[in-house]
Design a protein around this ligand. Sequence first.
Ligand code: SIN
Length: 532
Amino acid sequence: MNRIYTDTLIVGSGLSGLSTALSVAEKGGQVILVTKESIDTSNSASAQGGIASVVDFSTDSFEKHIKDTITAGCYLNKPEVVKFFVENGPESINHFKNLGCRFSKNGYGHLDLGKEGGHTARRVVHAGDMTGYELIRSLKQAVLKHPGISILEHHTAVDLISTSKFMLSDKNRIIGAYILDPHGNILTVVSQTVLLATGGCGKVYLYTSNPLVTSGDGVAIGFRAGVPTVNMEMIQFHPTILYHEKATSVLISEALRGEGGVLVTKNGAEFMEQYHHQGSLAPRDIVARAIDHELKKSGDDCVFLDMTKLKKEFLQTRFPNLYKICLKAGIDMSTDPIPVVPAAHYMCGGLKSTPSGKTVIPGLFVSGEIAHTGLHGANRLASNSLLEATVMSKYVAKEIMTYFKEKKEQIPDPPLWSEDTVTNRDENVIVKQNWDEIRRFMWNYVGIVRSNKRLDRALARLELIRHEISEYYWNFKISKDLLELRNITLVAEIIIKSAIKRKESRGLHFNIDHPSSFDTATDTEIFPEEIL
Ligand code: SIN
């Protein structure tokens, strides 16, 4: 296999990957974008809620949005970073309007603004209940037309290539990545810069709202290359995922509660008022924990989201996609309460990064959910994820082009991937067995409510599995499943070790052995030397 050369290699085809690819290409850079499924499969594409941004300055302000973000984030956010993202929101909305994104409008022709948990004003810009799909659609049109961007679908990143790993220079920098193609060959992509934009890690947990591509690949790849993680214990559980045997991973958007939906038990009793003054519209960590508590108390399988006080015509217009999905599952939301449970939804921590995507390793950038910038703190405010991805992409692209111009230098040719000593795999069952086990104990021991004992148990199980997988990885030919399993295992270990390090409860991390919060909020960092 030959080497392939480019200016920028982008891993991931969600909002961050596509948006940065377009900006870099528009500035004259050559981009190769790899994605392990088709370009249409990403967590961004399934986002329902919208982009949180101050639009109506008569009822809202930047100060209010900043305050809501920090309150939801339980003061673990970096205030200057929150200000940066919030103040860049309106420009991002305009950028997407100019790309042809069809946001929903109200009867006066202005942007229709939704409301979600933790927001004190209407500020969620949306496209019905398929905002992610519409953002990706508008971007994809431009990306596919651009001659500076080549897309490799069904290609999976294996690991980054650094100069220090192969002793090619005394100054460490990233110079590309090994990529598994759909035929099982490993390509050597040599590039001046690499952007990891692979999204989150919902697949580490048994129940998740995320599509099954979310195996935390970028976090594992960046960490193996030397980037520390921050606050990886802060895994957000979305309170309302459809509870139905045939429709798994269907998110019931928080926007439904924003329009008046109320959480009730199977007897129709409202319960959220006992937990928070914002009731069903409290921040997500509080609602998920309240549901968990109610389910443990009653022994029921789910609670219900009651939309029946809203008019059928309104529900069909505002939530056309969810209305149809529920109907297909036998639930008419205008007459039947929707059965819901919490599930893993979003990784609030990530690889340590500046708001413009710089990591500690020259040549390596991150964007979107994979990046820990300091925006979300201990619990992300609803619809601030699309805000982060859209704002960040523009600045990451600028950063990449600056690096590219300043540092453009001859890259030494890295070695090709060698498979001389490996053989074909004999037992695929090992991959499946370990995968199921990790996802199950992460759900049971490192879920919504944690304890010291549960975390220790999870770590002990994981260390055993890690050795087995590592042996398997080095001795047999690699496949996409094996790569994902290797990544899930590492990310699970980082989450557990971060959770063990935090000796308090804050936001999404609730440990019954340390139930109160410290006066001062501090980040939990995990360095590669602590695990690898
Ligand atoms: C939702 O629509 O409830 C999800 C939006 C988000 O995760 O911010």
